[in-house]
Design a protein around this ligand. Structure first.
Ligand code: BG6
Length: 530
């Protein structure tokens, strides 16, 4: 969550008027399909953080917008002993229902009547039989067909156990309804484990039943990358190596590891952000236009990008990757501890919280264009953006006055916050005969979209209910991204040979200076426009 985009409740179906028209501007209406098919959602890990912070708020917002099916219930599953009523109370506290308006509290109360809980020991097959009976009973009570979604919101170490037990108890079978399984990231921790997990899943579930979540794909601005590129004529002809000098993709957060050290110590920034979110942004930025805007056509094109990513030369890692870990510092005027003083982090930990990497995509469109990817925890500012730096003009007729100072054109796709798009170009300033300066054209979503927009989790949950795979990662996508990253991870984590440096940076800074040198070697520098 955490989008700054205006989100208000609309009436029944979300219908957003985007541009109100005169004779030139074409009015556009966007319709989000209401769900017609009743279904149930079973959340494994129902007392966990993800359920409280993301899933229930997203489902509640969908309910507020009348986007959940008319007949729908949520069955929370977890190890903790709890009654239905206790589960509802726990979620009401997490949602801060007491401070809601009367209307919102009314919606919550109705929503909460569809919340149930079932205790389950993940290893115990007997408990899955109990779960199955409970599901049948609830389906009968709510007059539902057997359309079921199983959402794995547990620590990833338990995925395999849950999948096997669901399968062996017959819960993956689609008899008189649909069965879907949603799997949160991380999907494996390297190529081997990702392949194994795919095999486990496919023992019981067909690929079309599987929804691998990458919540970045649900962000409006991330979805807009393809619209911006392929619904306009003027950008696509210059979207290639002839005109683009390089691309920078930054995902920076002010947050540290928070209370997730148990997971993060095993993952680090490369598994946590690169294998999924960063590579997805890269693929949307670089892919070819699919013939039709259908899930598999889009995913085919993304996979082609992943396959074209050039392997990083392991004997020259330092020319391609810089890693760092935050030390103490200050964020928004507040002292914050260094990573190694965070609860649950091992002293002397080498887990990176910063990475900057350079990639090349070996195909006709992109050969020789560097893509710099950077992800930072504890930066002074939250910002995710894609900066597209165009080449300088080929002949400088203003050289006499300007020297080599004319800045290139730049397009910035501001993913979050302050979502929008900027174009930087040169204009003549009034006054002296030759007087150029860079100016910016700025489109900010907030100025246009005051009505309803869906948060990333709302979008992906809704699409899963609709059975639309567009914003989910396919099996081959996961395999390809791990294929690129795994040799790098092995080289970095290898206990043998010279260890790749993990550079300390102050919390609240831009990350280690070595990351600047990564670009300076190519005559470039990081740009942060927002
Ligand atoms: C998650 C990562 O997938 O994405 C977190 O596990 C990270 O470490 C988060 O903080 C960032 O998401 P967003 O939507 O806040 O940019």
């Amino acid at each position: 969550m955490g989008s700054n985009m205006g989100r208000k409740r609309s009436g029944a179906n979300l219908v957003t008027k985007v541009v109100s028209g005169d004779s030139f501007w074409r009015p556009e209406f966007c319709r989000i399909e209401p769900i017609t098919e009743p279904c149930s959602l079973v959340i494994f890990g129902a007392s966990g953080d993800l359920t409280k912070r993301k899933l229930i708020p997203a489902l509640y917002n969908l309910a507020c917008n009348k986007l959940t099916p008319k007949r729908f219930f949520i069955l929370g599953v977890g190890r903790t002993e709890m009654s239905d009523e206790e589960f509802r109370k726990m979620l009401a506290v997490a949602m801060n229902v007491r401070s809601m308006t009367k209307t919102d509290r009314g919606i919550w109360e109705k929503f909460a009547r569809g919340l149930y809980y079932c205790r389950l020991d993940y290893d115990d097959t007997g408990d899955y039989k109990t779960l199955s009976q409970r599901l049948y009973a609830l389906e009968r009570k709510n007059d539902l067909k057997r359309n079921r979604i199983f959402y794995l919101a547990t620590p990833p170490g338990i995925y395999k156990t849950i999948i096997n037990n669901l399968g062996s108890c017959g819960l993956s079978e689609e008899e008189d309804g649909r069965v879907r399984i949603v799997i949160e990231k991380p999907f494996g921790k390297d190529l081997t484990t990702a392949r194994q997990l795919n095999e486990e899943v496919h023992r019981y579930f067909k690929e079309e039943q599987v929804f691998r979540i990458d919540h970045y794909l649900g962000k409006e601005t991330v979805q807009d990358i393809l619209m911006f590129r392929f619904a306009n004529t003027i950008f696509e002809p210059i979207w290639n190596r002839r005109y683009i000098d390089h691309v920078q993709i930054t995902a920076a957060e002010t947050l540290g590891v928070e209370n997730r050290a148990g997971y993060y110590e095993q993952a680090g920034v490369l598994r946590d952000m690169f294998q999924n979110h960063m590579f997805q942004l890269l693929s949307l930025m670089a892919m070819e236009p699919p013939v039709v805007f259908e899930a598999d056509d889009v995913r085919d094109e993304k996979v082609k990008v992943f396959k074209s990513m050039k392997s990083i030369p392991l004997d020259r890692l330092e020319d391609f990757i810089v890693l760092g870990q935050y030390g103490r510092g200050e964020i928004e005027g507040r002292e914050v501890p260094g990573y190694q003083s965070e609860p649950g982090v091992a002293k002397g930990s080498r887990t990176p919280t910063f990475a900057a990497m350079k990639f090349f995509i070996d195909n006709w469109r992109w050969k020789g264009v560097p893509f710099y990817l950077r992800s930072v925890k504890r930066m002074h500012q939250r910002l995710t953006e894609i900066v597209i730096m165009f080449k300088s003009v080929p002949h400088l007729m203003f050289h006499e006055v300007m020297g080599d100072e004319i800045g290139p054109n730049v397009i910035v796709l501001r993913i979050q916050p302050n979502e929008g798009i900027q174009l930087i170009f040169q204009v003549k300033l009034p006054g002296s005969k030759v007087c150029l300066r860079s100016v910016m054209m700025d489109f900010t979503y907030r100025d246009f979209y005051q009505e309803a927009s869906l948060d990333a989790y709302e979008r992906v949950l809704l699409d899963c209910m609709l059975g639309d795979h567009m914003l989910f990662v396919r099996e081959d996508g996961v395999v390809c991204t791990w294929s690129t990253l795994t040799p790098v991870l092995e080289a970095i984590e290898s206990r043998k040979g010279r260890r790749h440096p993990i550079r300390r940076y102050r919390a609240g800074s831009w990350g280690p200076q070595a990351a600047d040198r990564l670009l300076e070697r190519d005559g470039n520098k990081w740009i942060a426009i927002s």
